[in-house]
Design a protein around this ligand. Structure first.
Ligand SMILES: NC(=O)c1ccc[n+]([C@@H]2O[C@H](COP(=O)([O-])OP(=O)(O)OC[C@H]3O[C@@H](n4cnc5c(N)ncnc54)[C@H](OP(=O)(O)O)[C@@H]3O)[C@@H](O)[C@H]2O)c1
Length: 381
């Protein structure tokens, strides 16, 4: 009976993980964590009866713990504690942003299996995780697809990785992307996800983060990782073999499938999702990325190639930029401008410790906030 800890259980991936686990009666919910949504966490605790929980805020933790009669910790240390509980078998990291780094590393060092949705961890600390790759099963649909494609295959028989991208809501946007509103950017055509990843999908930064994620997970150089726009989101990703043929994974646009696979790997069990109807899926198309319209993808390739401080700077600047865009403080195309300007203040170096990464993260966030308050945004008020 595997004991599962779900970090970020109140988010999009977290809530879907709990849905999946209802169909896997042999899996037990050992611990849950939320950020600020204590109402939903309370409901989840009442339903799934974990032994422990964690939230961001100390007062909220104390109140919830007293009310529900289980230990509730707070902050980053509490996440690391849950991630290393001796009786835990699988840690699902469904946190968003750089908050995932410390608990993921703690879980890996404690020998836990990590079902990893939090791509930002691999982006900023991939080089620290290299030694633990055998413990990580990706949840991101593209990387889960690649996991299937690589299964049982010799690495040297694979020539390239091809990540598919839906193209987001602005693939055929008729106006300038400077005019995009928050509401438009939050309307993803194919996937229902948390706010940050939805904006990242609209700028294609999400695909850029996934390129870096794929680089670390599959040990492929950046010039052998391609991105192709596939608006139907049916082919979740592909590998190209040395002979020029492709292996692809196709499926419904439903994150419960990769979540379940990350929990049950290497077993593939019946899932609660309706199978893909190929005839109904209809025509599948592929097109090139418009890099001029979506500069975030090239910025992510550049950060990944340079390494050192740049991936952490890119990620931190992007997190602040997305937050500011959602708050109406900057425009949509300010996101790549801000990220590029902040990246310009950092250098590529070969190796950074966790402490150095977190220092770059903090410094890049500060520079990003200064960028916003210095009036560089082109947002028309
Ligand atoms: N959503 C998808 O379909 C999808 C697909 C592929 C990959 N991913 C990746 O999965 C990760 C999670 O995405 P999501 O869409 O599920 O995000 P989300 O809906 O925003 O959920 C994030 C979770 O993390 C918690 N959280 C946020 N900041 C925190 C902090 N500083 N400390 C502790 N907890 C914190 C949130 O708590 P509260 O809500 O309680 O504040 C929530 O439980 C991201 O890295 C994303 O790129 C998501």
């Amino acid at each position: 009976m595997p004991n599962v800890v779900v970090l970020g259980s109140t988010g999009s991936i977290g809530t879907q993980t709990l849905q999946v686990m209802k169909h896997l009666p042999e899996f037990r919910v050992l611990a849950l964590s939320a950020g600020r949504n204590t109402d939903l966490l309370r409901t989840q605790i009442e339903e799934h009866k974990p032994r422990r929980a964690a939230v961001l805020d100390k007062d909220a933790a104390q109140a919830l713990g007293q009310e529900l009669g289980i230990p509730v910790g707070f902050g980053s240390d509490a996440l690391c504690e849950l991630a290393t509980l001796p009786e835990a078998d699988i840690i699902v990291v469904a946190l968003v942003g750089a908050a995932g780094v410390k608990p993921t590393l703690a879980a890996l060092k404690a020998g836990k299996r990590v079902a990893l949705a939090n791509k930002e961890t691999l982006v900023i600390a991939g080089h620290l995780i290299e030694d633990y790759l055998s413990q990580i099963i990706p949840i991101d649909s593209e990387h889960s697809a690649l996991w299937h494609c690589f299964y049982g295959r010799e690495r040297e028989h694979v020539d390239r990785i091809v990540l598919t991208a839906s193209g987001g809501p602005f693939r055929n946007y008729p106006r300038s992307l400077e005019e995009v509103s928050v509401e438009e950017a939050l309307r993803h055509p194919n996937w229902d996800m948390g706010g940050k990843i939805t904006i990242d999908s609209a700028t294609l930064m999400n695909k850029g983060l996934e390129v870096i994620e794929a680089h670390w997970l599959f040990d492929f150089p950046y010039d052998k990782i391609d991105v192709v726009v596939h608006p139907q989101s049916i082919v979740h990703s592909l590998i190209r073999l040395n002979d020029g043929s492709y292996i692809a994974q196709l499926g419904p646009t439903d994150m419960r499938i990769p979540i379940q696979y990350a929990l049950t790997y290497p077993e593939v069990l019946v899932s609660p999702v309706e199978p893909l109807d190929l005839v109904q899926a209809g025509t599948l198309t592929f097109e090139a990325v418009n890099h001029e319209r979506f500069p975030c993808l090239s910025l992510a390739y550049a950060a990944g190639e340079a390494g050192g401080e740049l991936p952490a700077a890119l990620n931190a600047a992007n997190e602040v930029a997305v937050e500011m865009f959602l708050a109406g403080r900057i425009g949509f195309m300010d996101i790549p401008r801000l990220v590029e300007d902040v990246m310009g203040r950092f250098a590529g170096k070969s190796f950074l410790s966790l402490e150095q990464i977190l220092e770059v993260d903090g410094c890049a966030r500060q520079l990003a906030r200064e960028w916003v308050s210095s009036g560089k945004s082109t947002l028309k008020r």
